[in-house]
Write a protein that binds this ligand. Structure first.
Ligand code: ADP
Length: 265
C-alpha cells in the first residue's frame, strides 16, 4: 500500500483530474439554521482543485453541516454553493443529481450495505448510478480494495470485518465513483483506538499519491498536519482563521485557535 505499489494510477482515481489553482467548491454567503440556531452565518469559503483542506474547530461549530450541505443531505436557507462551476444550490433536481456524482463521502458510521458482499458494496453505485458494466466495475473495485489493503475480503459480508476494515471498504466505495472531491467526516471517531492508524494510513497514502481533492473534518490533528494544504479553523459557523498547517498548528493568530489546539493536542 505504498506509493510504489499503488495499483490505481493517480490520474485514474478522479474522472476529472484537477486543473492547478482552479476552484472546485465555492460557498457564497451560505446560511443554515436549525430552528433558532444559526449554524452557518453567511459563510464564504472555497476549496481549490487538487487541494486537501481540513476543517477543525470545537464540536457544534458547523463543520459536519458543511459536508452535509455538499452531499445534499441538508439544504441551506440562503446563499449559493457551486461545485466545479455547477450550481448545487440553488438548483433543480436534475442539476443536483449531476453535481452529486462529482462528490464522494465517507461517514463516521460506515453505512455499508449489510446484505451485500464487500465487492458488491463497491460495485453497486458505479453500475446503478454511472451505468458502468459489471465486469469493469468489478475490476476497478478489486483494484480499489487492494489499494485499501482488503483484496482478500472481496467475498465477505461487512459484518465479518472489523470497524477499521469496514471503514476502508467505505473509502474504496466512495472512490469507485471517481469523484472530483472526497469528503471525510470524522471517519475514525467511531473506531476502537487500535484501528484508527490503519484507516489514517490508507487516507494518507491516497492524499500523498493521488490528485483527488479532499475536504476533511477531523479531530486527528497529526493527520490534519500531515495531509492538509490548508487548515480552516471554525468557530460558531465562521472561519476565524485559515492557513497552511505549519502556520495554524505552530503559530496561530487567534487566541481561540490557540485555546482549541491546546485542548486537543
Ligand atoms: P460540528 O461538526 O462542528 O460538530 P455540526 O455541523 O454537527 O457541528 O452541528 C452544528 C450545530 O447544528 C450544532 O448545534 C448541532 O446541534 C446543530 N445541528 C446539526 N444537525 C442538526 C439537525 N439535523 N437538527 C437540528 N440541529 C442540528
Amino acid at each position: 500500500m505504498s506509493a510504489d505499489t499503488n495499483p490505481v494510477p493517480a490520474n485514474e482515481l478522479n474522472a476529472n483530474p484537477p486543473v492547478d489553482g482552479a476552484e472546485l467548491i465555492r460557498f457564497e454567503k451560505v446560511t443554515k439554521r436549525f430552528g433558532d440556531n444559526t449554524v452557518l452565518d453567511e459563510l464564504d469559503f472555497r476549496v481549490d482543485s487538487g487541494k486537501h483542506v481540513t476543517l477543525i474547530g470545537p464540536s457544534g461549530s458547523g463543520k459536519t453541516t458543511i459536508l452535509r450541505l455538499l452531499m445534499t443531505l441538508a439544504k441551506p436557507d440562503a446563499g449559493t454553493i457551486t461545485v466545479a462551476g455547477d450550481r448545487l444550490f440553488p438548483a433543480g433536481e436534475k442539476e443536483v443529481r449531476e453535481v452529486r456524482k462529482k462528490i464522494g463521502m465517507v461517514f463516521q458510521q460506515f453505512n455499508l450495505f449489510p446484505n451485500m458482499s464487500v465487492l458488491r458494496n463497491v460495485t453497486e453505485a458505479p453500475v446503478t448510478v454511472l451505468g458502468m458494466s459489471k465486469d469493469e466495475a468489478e475490476t476497478r473495485a478489486r483494484e480499489l480494495l487492494d489499494l485499501v489493503g482488503l483484496a482478500d475480503k472481496c467475498d465477505e459480508r461487512p459484518s465479518r470485518l472489523s470497524g477499521g476494515q469496514q471503514q476502508r471498504v467505505a473509502i474504496a466505495r466512495a472512490l469507485a465513483m471517481r469523484p472530483q472531491v472526497l469528503l471525510l467526516d470524522e471517519v475514525t471517531s467511531a473506531l476502537d483506538p487500535e484501528l484508527v492508524a490503519g484507516v489514517l494510513d490508507v487516507l494518507r497514502d491516497i492524499a500523498h499519491t493521488t490528485d483527488i481533492t479532499m475536504l476533511c473534518v477531523t479531530h486527528e490533528m497529526n493527520f490534519a498536519r500531515d495531509i492538509s494544504d490548508q487548515v480552516l479553523m471554525f468557530d460558531s459557523g465562521h472561519v476565524i482563521e485559515s492557513g497552511p498547517p505549519e502556520k495554524i498548528f505552530s503559530d496561530p493568530e487567534q487566541d481561540r485557535t490557540r485555546e482549541f489546539l491546546s485542548a486537543v493536542l
